[in-house]
Write a protein that binds this ligand. Structure first.
Ligand code: P6P
Length: 286
């Protein structure tokens, strides 16, 4: 597992350099879910695929940018599901973006997720890792061109930040009321439209909630389970937080049927997640 994290530490500055220097235009292609691909999406995906194939313990890789599973080493132990450059559409306005990795031992699902990591490309290059059963760790890339450990992350039971995803016009009534109740309580709106920086802020600023709910325009949410929601679920639970779906079930108890499935997802401190479960009438689930 640690070998994979070391490989991700090698990938991070290479993609960071791409973001700062490459062309921000669109390629001629679309990805597996029909999103138009930026040249950066294609280039970062290609680089990560190349780097992960260097590891003999990688059995297969699944990318958000590709339809199919890519077999790597027959005797490999892990399947790595990754989003090479999440939020790439906000690079052109110079906002932070990230790469997300889920490390699965066996058929990818909530219960086979054994490790997770993300790289955040912002004013500083940073990385967060989690291994099932251990604390979430925070690393910062330094002048010596190495990542140094900053700290283990532990979230407070109640925070101050609310990151409400999706289009409010299409939210169901119970979600509208829940989000309004948090702002009426004095929560601060913190939302950039980039999953990695938005969740990074909730994680590091002591807690709160990030919500991407089911809605009229997206009844199954927007964020992909295997390479977006589940890795963050392990990271948040390993930092003392919670991560559930709209039925109040732990995301880590879910088993996506197809590797591009999306899932409604809520990440945050205990207080806010329990409040959400009450608002959704699922307080006794999960
Ligand atoms: P919305 C970026 O396109 C992304 O996939 C995530 O990074 C982000 O959390 C979400 O979409 C934002 O979606 O509908 O709130 O703009």
């Amino acid at each position: 597992m640690l070998t994979i994290f070391e490989k991700i530490k090698q990938i991070a500055p290479e993609i960071d350099k791409m973001i700062k220097e490459e062309d921000l235009g669109y390629s001629q292609n679309c990805n597996a879910t029909g999103d138009e691909q930026l040249k950066l999406d294609v280039a970062s995906d290609k680089l990560i695929e190349h780097r992960l194939k260097e590891l003999s313990l990688v059995k297969a890789i699944i990318s958000e940018e590709k339809e199919d599973v890519i077999p790597v080493h027959e005797n490999g132990k892990y399947t790595i599901c990754y989003d090479p450059l999440d939020g790439s559409s906000i690079v052109d306005v110079n906002l932070s973006v990230g790469s997300i990795f889920g490390i699965y031992e066996g058929e990818p699902s909530g219960d086979t997720l054994v490790g997770a990591a993300y790289i955040i490309y912002g004013p500083r290059l940073e990385m967060i890792t989690a291994v099932r059963g251990k604390h979430t760790r925070h690393y910062k890339y330094g002048n010596s061109e190495l990542f140094t450990e900053v700290c283990d992350i532990m979230m407070k039971d109640k925070g101050k930040i609310c990151a409400p995803g999706g289009t409010q016009k299409y939210w169901y009534p119970e979600h509208k009321e829940f989000i309004k109740s948090l702002f009426d309580e004095g929560y601060r709106l913190r939302y950039s439209g980039g999953m990695v920086p938005d969740l990074h802020q909730v994680l590091l600023k002591g807690g709160g909630i990030f919500a991407y709910p089911p809605a009229e325009d997206k009844p199954k949410g927007k964020l992909r389970a295997l390479f977006e929601a589940l890795p963050f679920a392990l990271i948040f639970e390993s930092a003392g937080g919670m991560a559930i779906d709209d039925k109040g079930e732990r995301l880590l108890d879910s088993s996506p049927k197809h590797h591009h499935d999306t899932i409604p997802c809520f990440f945050g401190s205990k207080y806010e997640i329990e409040r959400l479960k009450e608002a959704y009438g699922v307080a006794n689930n999960g």
